[in-house]
Design a protein around this ligand. Structure first.
Ligand code: GLU
Length: 434
């Protein structure tokens, strides 16, 4: 089974979405189940409604799943396993106060070394602990030896015991910490492969350590995806607009284009523009580069335009909220627009009646009346010929007002193409133009 494990603590960003998509693809390829696990154990940071928002985004991207589970529901399992470790002497009760730990942290900072637990409570027995009658947290004992695993992207990795450290697994209020809950849940749901961002890399030995001490010997494979950098080459922060999936959707990037782009990011793919179904046919984690990938909005725009071009007419018209008969015209404007938002602006400009003819008011009026009066020919040359003959206009005085009349803008795609895309509704467009 594979899983996507979002925390309902903020807006979904492209890094999360990339993780969701790749887990979905691999689950499909292996014909394994795929679940969404909402990691809601950090109560202070949870934001009401974010879980539903995340699920709605996955739906928009066509990412289907077999089940949704809430980590908080597994609390009793987390506690039982923590107590099992405590009973077996593989974990210990820690009575160190927050102030004490903070002082140690400060000291480590001053000495410019990473903070590690001092080991002070390590030898307190369970019996002593229960006799004290004071609240305590449960810490797992750090490993005795180096812990190694193979990452499907990064290769072989080893961590020293001090990097795992004797970390807290159960808080004083009885709730599991993130690493412990995650390690237990991956075991409970029989997860076979974890694909997640490399920001979790230092958590992995901790989680492996937990399961080792519990005697779970089934190996869970890991693939840590390199981080996404912004255009300046820095880690893309959640505050950057383009990192928010919601922002990208609001800007008019299609879900299929965003998914395409995120699969492409830092990857070797047989082509640049593809659908999720196609990616399921050839995607291979081994092709993902070890080094960070740079987010390039221009590339995303290019891919978005390709997906917009490939959209069936009815769908494009629906997305633009225009009549289907204007879909061809809209496609023409893809020469100048890359997002739905930009395209909508262009097509709305053509279809709105309000026109600014500037110095060509009179000519536009003459042309409008002729167009409304004639039978519209198939061919643009014939159309031009009739209009020129009947109006007596030519050159700039003919072409400028004609373009403004038909499109509302002084420049744009070739008139011939516009005519071909619009001829069946040209009278409708022109009759309201004023
Ligand atoms: N909840 C974690 C996050 O949103 C993911 C943990 C994991 O995939 O193991 O970053």
């Amino acid at each position: 089974m594979l899983r996507f494990a979002p925390s309902p603590t903020g807006d979904m960003h492209i890094g999360n979405l990339r993780v969701a998509i790749l887990n979905f693809i691999v689950a499909k390829q292996r014909n394994e189940r795929f679940i969404i696990r909402i990691e809601d154990t950090d109560r202070e940071r949870n934001i009401e409604g974010k879980d539903k928002e995340i699920l709605a985004i996955l739906d928009r991207f066509g990412i289907t799943y077999d089940d949704v589970v809430y980590q908080s529901k597994n609390l009793s399992f987390h506690q039982n396993f923590a107590y099992k470790l405590l009973d077996e002497g593989k974990a210990f009760a820690c009575f160190c106060t927050a102030e004490e730990l903070e002082q140690e942290r400060q000291k480590a900072k001053e000495e410019k070394r990473p903070y590690r637990y001092s080991g002070k409570c390590e030898n307190i027995t369970l019996q002593e602990a229960s006799q004290r009658g004071e609240p305590f947290v449960v810490r797992i004992k750090k490993p005795d030896e180096r812990l190694c695993f193979e990452d499907k992207i990064k290769g072989d990795l080893c961590f020293d015991p001090f990097e795992v450290d004797s970390f807290v697994i159960l808080r004083a209020d009885g709730r599991a910490t993130y690493n412990f809950a995650c390690a237990i849940d991956d075991m409970l749901y029989d997860i076979t492969l974890v694909i997640r961002g490399e920001d979790h890399l230092s958590n992995t030995p901790k989680q492996i350590h937990v399961r080792k001490l519990l005697g779970y010997d089934k190996e869970i494979a890991y693939a840590h995806l390199p981080i996404i950098l912004n255009e300046a080459g820095k880690k893309m922060s959640k505050r950057e607009k383009a990192s928010s999936v919601k922002w990208l959707l609001d800007e008019g990037f299609l879900p299929q284009a965003i998914a395409n782009y995120l699969i492409l990011l830092g990857n070797k793919t047989p082509k640049e523009v593809f659908t999720l179904d196609e990616a399921i046919e050839w995607f291979d984690l081994a092709d993902i580069s070890k080094s960070p990938a740079k987010f390039d909005i221009e590339k995303l725009r290019f891919i978005n335009r390709a997906h917009l071009k490939a959209l069936p007419k009815e769908e494009l018209a629906k997305l633009l909220n225009v009549d289907e008969k204007y879909a061809d015209l809209a496609k023409l404007y893809l020469e100048e627009a890359s997002t739905l938002k930009e395209l909508k602006e262009k097509i709305d400009r053509v279809l709105q009646c309000d026109r600014d003819f500037g110095e060509f008011e009179e000519e536009a009026f003459i042309l409008k009346n002729i167009i409304l009066d004639i039978d519209i020919p198939e061919d643009f040359d014939a159309f031009k010929k009739i209009l020129m003959e009947r109006s007596g206009l030519k050159g700039k005085k003919f072409f400028k007002p004609l373009r403004l009349l038909l499109t509302g803008a002084p420049s744009g795609p070739e008139m011939q193409d516009i005519y071909n895309a619009m001829k069946n509704s040209i009278k409708e467009v022109v009759s309201c133009s004023s």
